[in-house]
Design a protein around this ligand. Structure first.
Ligand code: PEP
Length: 252
């Protein structure tokens, strides 16, 4: 279960959230090996989150919401994979629909960012998903598998085996509009089939495929019951620690 905080919470609020989340999960005796829990705070919060997680030996993982495709140098405002790795990030989201929509990220740029993440040992959470027009035209499966294939260009099978893929229908992000569990399953299964076709069935079976889009404690169990859904990428609901802890505890 990964929580994408988006552009919310300063470094002090971030520390409070992580503490509350960790306490809720510890009280519930959460099995972190069975259901991994990760937070993706804004860049400015990462140092505080790292200090808390390392200092208190919390079992939460953390990562960033984006990275630069470049290594270093004259790229004002950018953050490199090396910087994230140095801070102890495990994960980095790549190709979130808000980056694609508001920052013009293309499939080629998403691919370059995946390459940069792997250069620094970060596990990318690759986001794919269709907009409302594509969904209405019923071409969403082809759209998502094409995004996937383009993003994975020239990556090795060893790299792809470790990637996390998040299917996030854009029309369901931050809208309160949730895809049905069957909608989530349809594309997550197609993602796995595409991986099997491009690489191997065993690789496809091992890759973690998440669903994202208005996931809450009230709807997570139905989504997680789907065969090809291994987890959730949670936006809005992840900045409420009690709600996010309940999402992580969907098996209760
Ligand atoms: C997201 O930002 O990845 C997301 C899924 O947002 P929300 O849960 O708010 O729809």
């Amino acid at each position: 279960m990964a929580g994408n905080w988006k552009m919310n919470l300063d470094h002090q609020q971030a520390a409070h959230l992580v503490q509350k989340l960790a306490w809720s999960l510890q009280d519930a005796k959460h099995d972190f090996d069975a259901v991994e829990v990760a937070v993706l705070p804004p860049f400015t919060d990462l140092r505080s989150v790292q200090t808390l997680i390392d200092g208190d030996k919390l079992k939460l993982k953390f990562g960033a919401q984006d990275l630069s495709q470049h290594e270093a140098g004259a790229y004002t405002g950018e953050i490199s994979g090396a910087m994230l790795a140095k801070l102890g990030c495990s994960y980095v989201a790549v190709g979130h629909s808000e980056r694609r929509e508001y920052h013009g990220e293309t499939d080629a740029l998403v691919n370059a960012k995946l390459v940069a993440a792997f250069r620094h040992g970060l596990t990318p959470i690759l986001c794919i998903g269709e907009g409302l027009e594509v969904r209405k035209a019923a071409t969403h499966v082809d759209h998502c598998t094409a995004q996937l294939e383009a993003a994975l260009t020239d990556l090795t099978a060893e790299q792809v085996a470790t990637i996390v893929i998040a299917y996030e229908p854009v029309w369901a992000i931050g809208t309160g509009e949730v895809a049905t569990p069957e909608d989530a399953q349809e594309v997550c299964a197609a993602v796995r089939d595409k991986l099997a076709q491009l690489y191997s069935q065993s690789l496809a079976d091992g890759v973690r495929v998440l669903y994202g889009g208005s996931v809450k404690a009230a709807n997570v169990a139905g989504i997680m019951a789907q065969e090809d859904v291994d987890g959730a990428l949670v936006g809005g609901a992840s900045i409420d620690p009690a709600e996010f802890a309940s999402i992580a505890r969907y098996r209760d």
